[in-house]
Design a protein around this ligand. Structure first.
Ligand code: NOJ
Length: 747
């Protein structure tokens, strides 16, 4: 939490916020803040300190909230969003508790509060941190206006297995992209200066949770320290540097140690190496789950292990509130450990200005929700996140040539489901579905026959919808999976379009009219078998409140798609995990697939064989970073400022990007680097920079991307992070599988 809190800044902020109606929460200099924390801490009894470390849900889990608040037994409540109730909770804390310490109210505001933005995987597909920051800011404006000052977001778990349902909640498979999205969301939630619209970010789940074996939620992970440091930790470190105020432990055990009791990650890395001085909260009952893990005998035991490992606040195990006093009395937990935890909690409360501004203005809070500017931002974000995976030229559709549009598929009019997973406060009554948007745009031209009422429905005949397709000029099929099929605890072992959706698409194709498929889903589904049955496919993930208008704009060409895959799309689930930044094997795959060529009774040989599947090879359906546009881009003249760099230089790569088509478009320029020989084997490519570039039709622009050579550092054989000298290759391209490498050296 490196906020500069100088007097000058304080005055400036006061001036600005006085004009905007938001109230500054500036607490003075760092020294003053620490003085306030120490002063308050010195007045607290042990029981009051432990009370601050207790987070409870508002869902009725305790019998008397008012009494517990009055007695200083609750430091934070989650899942209360009614501003009237929140104000009352705060009043009890401020006026009736002995020390008047305000409550920290938390909520899963994951991709919007009321105005719902695309799921985080869709946000990552924009490759647009500025837009993602704007969305997070809007989520904060809406949530804080109702008294929620803490969001359990962003989720920074790298996910390389699409079976894992929570892949929807993060930024996908790539460390660099994840880190940029992490910073953007932290900035957006907390604001660049702290005021009453700041919502503390909570980076989660620390750490490795997305590497659950078999893509099955809550499963164990087995990440080495080097994998953690090179792949899984950097987004968290970036978010800490960006000022994230809080962090949540994860459910998984890594190599036998549950995160909630893992001193190495919570103390050695987080506190000692990164100097994090914010609040560490457990995941929901993850402390209690250490008993099921077999890491502690009972609740007292796991409470002791968690607090000694560095946990500050207990979410819903009631382990701290029930046992910390006796653990301190017995000497199993030092009071200094409790003091440190309470410092972390009070620091967040002071920084958010809760002591000065505990209440919200209920009427004003209502007015902020679903503001037109919020809906517009949600629409723009859904537009930028849509990925065009296939187009034989049928898109964009030309409205003038079309008299009748058939809208079909289970996701065409699914106002709840297009909001996606973890959108607790989004209301389907505010959603605009593709069907609604298209009907509004083309009154009288739209026929709607759902074909399937929901994705899992199994049907073998589609006579009604095929008959409608024959009457139409174009068929728009909205397929995918409902919100509940991804997200926490919702993993899948089969990633094909569920139910009879593939059959529906095949039947529509057979009707002979152009079919355009749009997929709304929480993960990259295995859609290879469906591609031949549509002339174009748009992948929209779950696009949120404004998904309908956004998709109509994409399909009819008001907006040129620019989204790129934030995760590798597999041909079949058996390829998982498959990700672009894999290490080079000793037998690199060369594109061969041998199943058809294997003779009967062939003798066993491995000579000349590479690392691949006999039936599916080792290439994905679509690589990371992939996405088409209604125009095409070409890269030329790629050159480096130097061919030899020192580790502290800035590498400069220059090139010309040209829009080769007849309409404007935006390309996500991506720069990948490979370190050819290292003290350990290195990934075949790693994303090191990206930039969205908008070009007019026919326009060419000279561009230069700068990358500090220090960004090529990694933890090698000696466990020290550094740039290893030697030969490198660099690609500038529109996806992770394209482009020709240029070479350079670091010495
Ligand atoms: C459990 C989830 O794992 C976590 O991400 C979420 O923030 C908490 N529940 C609170 O709802």
């Amino acid at each position: 939490m490196k906020y500069t809190r100088t007097l000058i800044l304080a005055v400036l902020i006061l001036l600005v916020t006085a004009c905007s109606g938001q109230k500054s929460t500036t607490v003075g200099s760092d020294a003053e803040l620490e003085k306030r924390i120490e002063k308050l801490l010195s007045r607290m009894t042990l029981s009051e300190k432990i009370g601050q470390m207790n987070q409870v849900s508002a869902g009725g889990e305790i019998s008397n909230y008012a009494e517990a608040l009055r007695n200083g037994q609750i430091g934070s409540i989650l899942n209360e969003v009614d501003p009237v109730k929140i104000n009352e909770f705060q009043r009890i804390c401020m006026e009736e508790s002995r020390l008047g310490i305000p409550l920290l109210v938390g909520r899963d505001v994951i991709h919007g509060f009321h105005t719902i933005f695309p799921i985080p995987l869709g946000l990552a597909a924009t490759f647009d941190p500025a837009l993602v920051e704007e969305g997070a800011r809007i989520a904060s404006l809406e949530a804080t206006a109702q008294g929620v000052r803490w969001t359990f977001s962003p989720m920074l778990d790298i996910a390389r297995d699409p079976r894992w349902g929570r892949i929807a909640e993060g930024s996908g498979e790539d460390t660099y992209l994840d880190a940029r999205m992490a910073e953007a969301m932290v900035r957006g939630y907390q604001g660049t200066v702290l005021d009453t619209t700041s919502m503390a970010a909570c980076i989660k789940h620390f750490v490795g949770y997305g590497a659950a074996e078999g893509g099955r939620d809550y499963n164990s992970t087995f990440l080495t320290e080097r994998q953690l440091r090179n792949i899984y930790l950097p987004p968290f470190e970036a978010a800490v540097k960006a000022g994230a105020m809080t962090l949540m432990t994860s459910f998984n055990d890594n190599d036998g140690v549950p995160s909630t009791g893992n001193t190495f990650i919570l103390k050695d890395v987080l506190r000692d190496e990164w100097s994090f001085d914010g609040l560490v909260v457990t995941d929901w009952n993850s402390m209690g789950e250490m008993i099921a893990h077999g890491f502690g005998v009972d609740r007292k035991d796991v409470a002791s292990k968690a607090v000694n490992a560095g946990v500050d606040m207990d979410m819903m195990t009631f382990g701290f509130i029930s046992h910390l006093e006796e653990l301190v009395a017995s000497g199993a937990v030092k009071e200094s450990v409790i003091d440190e935890a309470v410092r972390h909690i009070l620091r967040v409360k002071f920084l958010l200005g809760l002591f000065e501004h505990p209440y919200v203005d209920v009427a004003q809070g209502q007015a902020v929700q679903y503001d037109q500017s919020h809906l517009e931002a949600a629409r723009r974000t859904a537009e930028e996140s849509a990925i065009l995976l296939k187009n034989d030229g049928v898109l964009p559709l030309k409205a003038d040539d079309i008299r009748t549009i058939l809208v079909t598929g289970p996701m065409a009019n699914a106002p709840h489901d297009q909001l996606g997973t973890w959108s607790f406060d989004g209301e389907k009554s505010h959603t605009i579905t593709p069907l609604q948007a298209l009907r509004e745009r083309f009154p009288g031209k739209v026929i709607y026959v759902p074909g399937l009422r929901y994705s899992r429905e199994n049907r073998d005949r589609f006579d009604d919808v095929v008959a409608a397709a024959r009457r139409a000029d174009v068929v728009l099929a909205f397929l995918g999976e409902e919100a509940i099929l991804s997200g926490e605890a919702h993993c899948l072992a089969d990633l094909n379009l569920i139910g009879s959706q593939s059959e529906l698409l095949a039947a529509l194709k057979a009707a002979g009219k152009p079919v355009v498929a749009t997929v709304m889903a929480g993960r990259p589904l295995t859609i290879e078998r469906d591609l031949p049955n549509c002339r174009a496919m748009v992948y929209a993930f779950h696009p949120g409140t404004m998904g309908g208008p956004a998709l109509a704009n994409i399909l009819f060409g008001d907006v040129n798609p620019s989204g790129k895959t934030p995760v590798t799309f597999l041909r079949t689930v058996g390829q998982a995990p498959l990700y672009y930044a894999h290490n080079m094997t000793g037998r690199p795959y060369n594109g061969e697939t041998l199943l058809a060529a294997i003779e009967t009774e062939a003798g066993q040989t491995s000579l000349g064989n590479t690392s691949y599947y006999l039936d599916y090879g080792a290439y994905p359906l679509f690589p990371f970073g992939y996405g088409l546009s209604y125009t095409t881009f070409s890269y030329s003249g790629i050159s480096l400022g130097q061919t030899v760099y020192r580790p502290d230089d800035i590498l400069e790569v220059s090139f010309t990007l040209s829009n080769m088509g007849e309409r404007e478009g935006t390309e996500v320029v991506q720069v990948y680097v490979r370190d050819l020989v290292g003290s350990i084997t290195r990934p075949v490519k790693e994303l090191k920079a990206f930039e969205r570039v908008r070009l007019d039709a026919g326009e060419s622009r000279s561009l230069t991307v700068r990358i500090p050579v220090s960004d090529l550092a990694f933890y090698g054989l000696d466990g020290v992070k550094k740039v290893e000298t030697g030969d490198f290759q660099l690609w500038v391209a529109g996806d992770s599988a394209s482009g020709e490498p240029v070479s350079f050296k670091v010495q």
